[in-house]
Design a protein around this ligand. Structure first.
Ligand code: MCA
Ligand code: AMP
Length: 515
């Protein structure tokens, strides 16, 4: 029996000595080499006790070995669980406690705290340069064990997405959720072995790992592999690329540079944006500068990619394009105000499919849609209907031509530089700090991050709050990107007649804070 995802990823048309990863200033990593490393890591995980279906957590910097670790986990039949290196020890302890991985790979500097987080897991280390016990121990293994048998419905990955309750949910993705979507995108964007993707996204999210790596590997293309997005480096490397994928912040940062010119972009056949709204203004400025229109697409961790503007045809600013082939998108419920913050759409309204142009809840169905939340049957039932439709929490419209536009979110979520921050999680932390009566965390327009996290905090009677001290108290509790960029002390929070905090009003009050 075959390994559904792994076999497809390694059976790509690339010749064994074709480059998979291009490392500027260093020799490329060929397809043969990445497969060899993956096979040795798979063998190591297996002798370490991994059984098919067991989880392998990875909190590592981006390196060629990090990609080999993903592939090796899948090859061994494991379930890959990538974690942002920015997560604090407390955050990691929750993920590890919930997912119960049999093995954890972490930076050597975090080995001790990782061992504390899980006494049961086998811990390996891997640093940003690709060195550590994972590389050493895998190097001593043979590369000739066959890949573990895995069916299309078996799990390949769990990716945590924060919950509106403040508790993160593990989205369970099957082999076929990932493979079907990678095939759909490879076709839609006509990715081939001749493509070279400028890859500067992190590889612990759907965007950088699945949308980028799975598609390029399927097609046998190459990736210019950079640890993070540095705009000046992008300007020097883009002339060697045929594709780029990024969050909107990548594009605004490029536009901020005068040396990002039409010539620099000339050989890139498609610039793709996603993970957060691309402002029509950015779309326009980009076209003015380069003569090219950014291709915007839309997806979620739970659904992989669901809509995309076309490669050939109209790439419409402010729209995420029509549903991808094989994916269904519908708009349900009753129109809700676009900037409504945490709006619970009444259950009955969610049962009606709306007419073209009306605003409602975006729902998605297809082979791309996940299997549910790890060990959270109630959350799964609340968001994934028995007939396969997933309730995204995004509000949008669909035109008569099928083009979808996202106009807001029914879920209380801030997207900062493409990273999701759930206000509830930050509020729970702030509310626990000494002297705090209550807080409201909101997203405020930000020129670089699109939205920035801002906390409005009310002191207890008689208490005096110092924003600097509050920020300090949060520093090692939650990842830096979730911490408020600004903390505003207020006498009270605006509430409606029902006593609910009016976040839309707060956003309005503070909307020019970073202008
Ligand atoms: C870093 N910082 C951030 C962010 N990133 N703060 C808020 N939001 C962020 N996104 C912190 C740093 O810790 C640092 O803290 C300070 O901000 C300045 O960092 P800077 O040097 O500007 O950051 P950077 O290293 O340049 O990173 C910014 C970035 C990066 C390039 C925008 O965050 C990034 O690569 N984002 C992409 C995330 C992504 O891949 N999202 C896809 C997930 P200090 O103040 O201590 O200096 S969504 C997805 O997968 C779905 C399915 C989809 O549709 O794609
Ligand atoms: P996550 O599940 O963490 O990957 O975040 C997915 C969310 O990002 C979606 O539910 C949307 O709210 C948002 N998102 C992704 N792509 C886009 C896009 N092109 N435009 C607007 N929002 C987007």
């Amino acid at each position: 029996m075959s390994n559904h995802l792994y076999d497809a990823l390694v059976a790509g048309p690339a010749a064994p000595d074709a480059p998979c990863l291009i490392l500027p200033g260093d020799a490329p990593v060929t397809y043969a080499q990445i497969r060899d490393r993956a096979a040795r890591i798979a063998a190591l995980l297996t002798v370490s006790g991994l059984q098919p279906g067991d989880r392998v957590a990875a909190q590592v910097e981006k390196s060629p070995e990090a990609l080999a670790l993903y592939l090796g986990t899948i090859r061994a039949g494991g379930v890959f669980l990538p974690l942002n290196p920015a997560y604090t020890a407390a955050e990691v302890a929750y993920f590890v406690g919930d997912a119960e991985p049999v093995a954890i790979v972490c930076d050597p500097a975090r080995e001790a705290e990782t061992r504390t987080a899980s006494a049961a897991a086998k811990v390996f280390t891997l640093d940003a340069a690709g060195a550590g016990t994972l590389t050493d121990d895998a190097g001593a293994m043979a590369a000739d064990e066959p890949a573990a048998a895995r069916r299309p419905d078996d799990l390949a990955a769990i990716l945590y997405t924060s919950g509106t309750t403040g508790r993160s949910k593990g989205a369970m993705l099957s082999h076929d959720n990932l493979l079907s979507n990678a095939r759909t995108l490879t076709d839609a964007w006509e990715i081939t072995g001749a493509d070279v993707l400028f890859h500067a996204l992190p590889v612990f999210h759907t965007h950088g790992l699945f949308v980028a790596c799975n598609t390029l590997m399927l097609a046998g293309g190459a990736m210019i592999w950079r640890p993070r997005f540095d705009p000046s480096e992008a300007v020097s490397l883009l002339p060697r690329a045929t594709m780029m994928m990024g969050v909107p912040t990548f594009y605004t940062r490029l536009l901020d540079r005068r040396d990002f010119t039409r010539d620099v972009a000339a050989d890139v056949r498609v610039f793709i944006s996603g993970s957060a709204p691309l402002l029509p203004e950015t779309h326009r400025l980009f076209e003015e500068r380069t003569g090219q229109r950014i291709l915007e697409r839309y997806g979620m961790t739970e659904t992989n990619m669901t809509t995309s503007n076309p490669l050939h045809g109209e790439r419409r600013p402010g729209s995420v394009g029509p549903a991808l082939p094989g994916v269904e998108v519908r708009i349900m419920g009753e129109a809700a105000p676009p900037d409504a913050g945490a709006v619970e759409l009444p259950e009955k309204n969610r049962e009606t499919e709306l007419a073209p142009g009306e605003i409602g809840m975006i729902e998605v169905r297809g082979p791309n849609v996940f299997q549910g939340y790890w060990r959270m049957p109630e959350q799964t039932a609340a968001e994934l209907r028995p007939d396969g439709w997933f309730i995204t929490g995004d509000l949008g419209t669909k035109g008569t031509d099928g083009y979808v536009s996202i106009v807001g979110r029914a879920k209380d979520l801030v997207i900062s530089g493409g990273l999701n921050v759930y206000p509830r999680e930050v509020e729970m932390l702030v509310d626990d700090l000494p002297g705090v009566l209550e807080s409201a965390v909101i997203g405020v327009p930000h020129p670089d991050f699109g939205e920035a996290v801002v906390a409005v905090v009310v002191p207890r009677p008689g208490a005096t709050l110092d924003p600097g001290a509050l920020a300090g108290a949060m520093a090692d509790r939650i990842a830096r990107f979730k911490q408020p960029r600004r903390i505003v002390v207020a006498d009270e929070l605006p509430r409606n007649a029902m006593g609910k905090v009016q976040k839309a009003a707060l956003r309005e009050t503070h909307r020019a804070m970073f202008a």
